[in-house]
Design a protein around this ligand. Structure first.
Ligand code: DC
Length: 237
């Protein structure tokens, strides 16, 4: 079967396991993987480093908006095939995954100017298709015509448990309660913001991952991919 290159959009709540899933899928089918959340995290890291966020007054929007044109956000391919996020040429993959960045990223991602800039960059990545991108608004705003859309569902408790384990493995001192509170807060901000809130695209395939193993998830996605990139895809638009 001669498959055509398509765009795959994977959306879902934080720590739903969608990044791992998207990365595995991209590797299996030889597509480029783009973690759109990492881009919002890189902008947040810049804001934190520059003192543009303040625990009392929040994000200094005018200052952050003024800095946007000078921020170069990208990805650097590693010898093992993985990708590291870069900010003005610096590898910031580790720094963008801290609890501090996690707790400021939703208010930063709410800013329309930040979203417009990052969405334009994301659309550029998808111009030649053959891409798997994960995030919150990929199937709704970034690639509304994506041939394959997946929405990942998982309960806040299961997601917090996963994130807590990840942070513990990295040696980050944090309690499960703090992680659960952060997951719930981000869910709330991400799904109620005015600009591109997290919502399921009407034509998305819903993957409930509380009860599925990684292998079962990948298997489901590969089957979906086979149908969307083959004969079915021609009639999708
Ligand atoms: O997927 P993640 O947890 O790394 O994403 C970090 C934050 O970025 C998340 O709280 C919401 C925001 N985000 C977004 O608003 N839109 C996207 N497409 C991806 C992430």
């Amino acid at each position: 079967m001669s498959a055509k290159k398509i765009v795959i959009a994977i959306d879902g709540f934080s720590s739903s396991g969608k990044s791992t899933m998207a990365r595995q899928l991209a590797r299996r089918i030889g597509y480029v993987y783009v973690d759109s959340g990492a881009m919002y995290r890189a902008v947040t890291l810049h804001a934190l480093r520059g003192g543009i966020v303040n625990p009392v007054s929040g994000v200094d929007r005018p200052r952050l908006i003024a800095d946007l044109p000078s921020l170069a956000i990208g990805f650097a391919l590693q010898p093992d095939g993985s990708q590291h996020t870069t900010l003005n040429g610096e590898d910031v993959e580790k720094e963008i995954r801290t609890m501090e960045v996690s707790s400021w990223v939703s208010p930063v991602a709410e800013i329309p100017e930040v979203r417009h800039r990052l969405v334009a960059l994301q659309q550029e990545y998808g111009r030649d298709k053959g891409i798997v991108m994960d995030g919150r608004d990929i199937g709704t705003t970034v690639f509304p015509h994506a041939e394959m859309k997946v929405f990942v569902n998982a309960s806040p408790e299961v997601r917090a448990e996963r994130r807590y384990k990840e942070l513990q493995e990295k040696g980050t001192p944090v309690s499960y309660e703090e992680v659960l509170a952060n997951v719930r807060e981000r869910d709330h901000i991400d799904s109620t913001r005015a600009e591109s809130p997290l919502r399921q695209a009407e034509d998305a395939f819903v993957l409930d991952n509380d009860r599925l193993t990684r292998e079962q998830q990948l298997d489901t996605l590969l089957k979906l991919f086979a149908s969307r990139s083959g004969a079915d895809a021609a009639t999708d638009k």
